[in-house]
Design a protein around this ligand. Structure first.
Ligand code: FNR
Length: 380
């Protein structure tokens, strides 16, 4: 199935409110639309007569020696969109009426994603906002492949001991890197969720990593906090808290990329949170060349936002990314067909990327270079 077909199947199956939660963005959704549209402005200028019958598309990343160039970006609440959960607008609405939503939910969301990513050799970034605790996610990944790479995405907590407890949780679970998201000093205003009144998880779901944290009564859940008062000092503290490599996610300005590296980041992720935070920022791929120019010689630079085809992966790698992340496509795969759906998304992107690399005369990712990218009809 193509990514578009998986999206359409997911839309058909999901409760429209849950569909909107995944599909939607902040404000007028200008950035959401632009992330995808921006890739239309780029074209590849192939080189010829220098290719190879065998290609190696594996990438080296922090905590993942050889991984697919497509990473599963952190997205919240996979149990909400697992196909064992709500099925179709009509059924979901009927279930709500009969008070059955709770029973229709499936426990397998993040576990299914983890098995799929591990089987496809892709790094999985599981998040603070996952509906399965991180140890369960890593366990599922290990059941699918001998040496999977699972990274843990973290929002820094204003109380250091809470951040530290989350870091220990990720370390003990066996995560191989941390991803600190820094583009959320306050919650984005998700227009569709506000309109739909979707401001809390339905009964039976919780951000499980936030359970039993320091200072909270046993068994209780702590909200994921956003704090505009966090600073580079807090990031530096988080880096020093752990021996795991720390990547910083949500960088758009090259000066921030440099600061991240100066504060110990082992990688930088160019991202506007899939258009879910500020609705007046550039498409993430448009920010990539400057960030890569600033730090790519020192640390890997990743990009997410709007990646929907193998050609997009090729453009991002040519512009200096080591790998890309995908968010919504994975959710659509999960909603449409569970583990098999996520595998289909990752396999399609990998296969299309490999094919594009061959068409551009490449045998390794590094054969894609910036001079091979045309933007708006102009070469660099
Ligand atoms: C996200 N994203 C996200 N990022 C993060 O750092 N922590 C999180 O909890 C979430 N949650 C989340 C939920 C949903 C439903 C979506 C769609 C996205 C952002 C995500 O990691 C990534 O930056 C974008 O999804 C990339 O854009 P695409 O691939 O969805 O276009």
């Amino acid at each position: 199935m193509t990514l578009r077909a998986l999206h359409d199947a997911a839309r058909e199956k999901l409760d429209p409110v849950h569909y909107d939660y995944v599909a939607g963005g902040a404000g007028e959704e200008r950035v959401l639309a632009d992330n995808e549209r921006a890739f239309d402005r780029y074209r590849l200028l192939p080189r010829v007569l220098r290719g190879s019958g065998t290609r190696d598309t594996a990438v080296g990343l922090p905590g993942a020696r050889r991984a697919a160039p497509v990473v599963v970006a952190p997205t919240a609440f996979h149990r909400l969109v697992h196909p064992g959960g709500a099925r179709g607008p009509a059924r979901a609405a009927a279930a709500r009426g009969a008070g059955l939503v709770h029973r229709l939910m499936h426990p397998d969301g993040e576990r299914a994603t983890a098995r799929a990513a591990a089987a496809e050799g892709a790094v999985l970034v599981t998040g603070t906002a996952a509906t399965t605790a991180v140890d369960g996610v890593v366990e599922a990944a290990r059941a699918a492949a001998p040496d999977p790479a699972v990274w843990f995405q973290l929002y820094l907590h204003p109380r250091r001991e809470v951040t530290e407890a989350l870091v220990r949780r990720a370390e003990e679970a066996g995560c191989t890197a941390l991803v600190v998201t820094v583009d959320s000093p306050v919650f984005g205003r998700h227009t569709r969720d506000l309109r739909n009144g979707f401001t809390d998880l339905p009964p039976g779901h919780a951000a499980e990593n936030m359970r039993d944290l320091p200072g909270a009564p046993p068994g209780s859940l702590t909200d994921i906090p956003m704090s505009p008062a966090l600073s580079w000092r807090d990031l530096g503290e988080a880096v020093r808290m752990t021996s795991l490599p720390v990547l910083v996610k949500g960088i758009l300005h090259p000066a921030d990329a440099r600061l991240a590296v100066e504060h110990g980041a082992a990688g930088v992720i160019v991202s506007n949170h899939g258009g879910r935070q500020c609705d007046t920022v550039p498409a993430s791929v448009d920010c990539l060349p400057a960030v890569a120019g600033a730090v790519a010689e020192r640390v890997p630079v990743l990009l997410d936002g709007g990646v929907r085809r193998g050609g997009d992966v090729a453009v991002a790698l040519a512009l200096g990314a080591t790998a890309v992340g995908v968010g919504r496509p994975v959710m659509w795969g999960l909603a449409a067909a569970g583990e098999a759906g996520v595998r289909a998304v990752l396999a399609a992107l990998r296969d299309e990327y490999d094919h594009t690399l061959a068409l551009c005369g490449g045998r390794r990712n590094a054969d894609l270079t910036q001079d091979m990218v045309v933007r708006g009809g102009r070469t660099w």
